[in-house]
Write a protein that binds this ligand. Structure first.
Ligand SMILES: Cc1cc2nc3c(=O)[nH]c(=O)nc-3n(C[C@H](O)[C@H](O)[C@H](O)COP(=O)(O)OP(=O)(O)OC[C@H]3O[C@@H](n4cnc5c(N)ncnc54)[C@H](O)[C@@H]3O)c2cc1C
Length: 441
């Protein structure tokens, strides 16, 4: 049995791995996980590959404890069909990912494999296809997700393999602590984050800390970037180092007010799975074309409105007149993560300062995918679409540049939290001072 681990990089509570092991046990065959990173993914850079790399050792350790084999290869030896020719599996299982590129890789594998090939939707709780079509907003997705939740929000299981895997002599398998990026041609300009260390063990530590110190105050403090009170789990969820079942079940059991648990699960399940739904069913998820007709029409009517313009380079280097916006951009460049409340503001201002909404969309996706450790994720595309073309939102009163897309002003946004403190925290981060507690730590 081969499990091609593509998105769900974990050996804990992984539904795709669970299906693979159970099938292997029924067939009395050994099970092996094939993990083979390649730098061919759009926006691949040193920051996100270092994080991915840090997650490999914990995978290997947990697989060994469960009697499951592990074969790590790296580009240019990353081809699944070649590996399958060597180990001759009865069945191949992969995890699903709604994004265009990995879906293409799976389609190619389907053409080349000569054995049954199954995929499992391992990184959402309610399988994405059960939402049937692109959902208009959280209010249309929520009832479907909530109706199906009792069926799917259950412990995943971490079954042991009955027939242990024995590596055939001569089979190529790298040590799990290999530097997978060595000698790759890769964008090395974005440095690894010293604020986030990848891997399931690190993710579990963050989850534990959040349950102890953050969850109870989530309703009150979640929109306060200066307090930095959210879970910081998004990079781990993005790389699959931690799965949503683990997080949701731990939150349900935690000692915290019901309103806090509900508010957190709304983000983790409804909003996150709405984003996956958007990417799965909207082929234009990473471009302005994804907008609803009302937003297209309204933004087009304002495309010639006078505006302050910044180039993509000025934005990337946080060279605007707005100290709050610059602080947001600095946060993500330095730490690899940005607080949700300021992500909204950050993207809205890109719309305000770009020549066209289509250009704004491209710039926001480019910067988000380049610097955020959780970038290149359905949540990122849905977040940019919400901010720039009003996706999952509604039409608001018409105004300059934004048309009917919701506007956020510096005045109102900076009053909703201690923005002066946040700007000072980011300045301290950039200057490497430690006296002000940095965000994302
Ligand atoms: C313009 C813009 C860009 C964004 N880009 C990304 C991105 O690239 N990757 C990404 O994972 N998220 C993105 N988000 C969504 C959100 O900002 C982050 O998921 C959140 O800030 C992560 O921090 P956290 O883990 O501490 O969140 P918490 O508040 O602790 O929430 C827990 C989990 O719920 C999910 N979640 C929280 N807020 C949202 C949301 N608004 N939409 C969907 N899921 C949510 C995330 O998986 C998050 O890890 C973006 C939002 C906007 C407005």
């Amino acid at each position: 049995m081969v499990y091609w681990m593509q998105r769900a990089h974990r050996a804990l509570d992984n539904p795709a791995l669970e299906v693979a092991v159970r099938a292997a046990n029924i067939l009395r065959k050994p099970c092996v996980v094939f993990l083979a990173p390649a730098p061919l993914y759009p926006h691949a850079n040193l920051r996100n590959y270092r994080f991915l790399n840090q997650g490999i050792l914990p995978i290997a350790r947990r697989l060994e404890e469960r009697g499951i084999g592990f074969v790590l290869r790296r580009y240019p030896y990353h081809h699944l069909p070649r590996f399958c020719q060597e180990v001759k599996p009865a069945l191949v299982i992969a995890d699903e990912n709604p994004m265009r590129e990995p879906e293409r890789w799976r389609q190619l594998a389907t053409q080349q494999l000569r054995v049954p090939f199954w995929t499992v939707d391992a990184d959402v709780i309610v399988p994405s296809r059960l939402l049937m079509k692109e959902q208009y907003a959280a209010r249309t997705a929520r009832p479907i997700v909530q109706r199906l939740l009792p069926e799917f929000l259950k412990p995943v299981g971490n079954t042991r393999a009955k027939v242990p895997w024995e590596k055939p002599d001569g089979l190529l398998a790298l040590r799990p602590d290999t530097d997978i990026t060595e000698d790759w041609t890769l964008d090395r300009s974005v440095m690894p984050s010293s604020f986030f260390q990848g891997g399931t063990d690190e993710a579990l530590k963050r989850l534990k800390a959040f349950l102890q110190d953050g969850l109870a105050n989530y309703v009150k403090d979640r929109n306060r970037p200066d307090l930095d009170a959210t879970s910081h789990l998004s990079p781990y969820l993005h790389f699959g180092h931690l799965g949503p079942h683990t997080v949701a079940l731990a939150v349900q059991k935690a000692d915290a007010p019901r309103a806090a648990k509900e508010a957190f699960l709304e983000q983790l399940i409804v909003r996150r799975e709405l984003a996956v739904n958007f990417v799965l069913f909207n082929p234009d998820y990473d471009s302005f074309e994804c907008a609803e007709p009302w937003a297209h029409k309204s933004l087009a009517a304002h495309v010639t409105d006078a505006r302050k313009l910044y180039s993509e380079t000025q934005l990337e280097h946080a060279q605007t007149h707005d100290p709050l916006w610059n602080a947001c951009q600095q946060q993500v460049v330095v730490t690899g993560w940005m607080h949700n409340f300021v992500r909204m503001y950050w993207a809205k201002k890109i719309l305000e300062w770009s020549k066209t909404p289509a250009q704004a969309y491209r710039t926001a996706v480019y910067l988000n995918d380049k610097y955020q450790l959780d970038g290149r994720d359905p949540n990122g595309y849905a977040g940019v679409a919400w901010a720039i073309v009003g996706k999952h939102d509604r039409a608001w009163a018409d105004r300059a540049i934004f048309g009917q897309v919701r506007y956020m002003s510096f005045q109102s946004t900076s009053k909703k939290f201690n923005s002066v403190r946040y700007v000072e925290q980011m300045r301290a981060l950039v200057e490497g001072r430690t006296e002000v507690r940095g965000v994302g730590i």
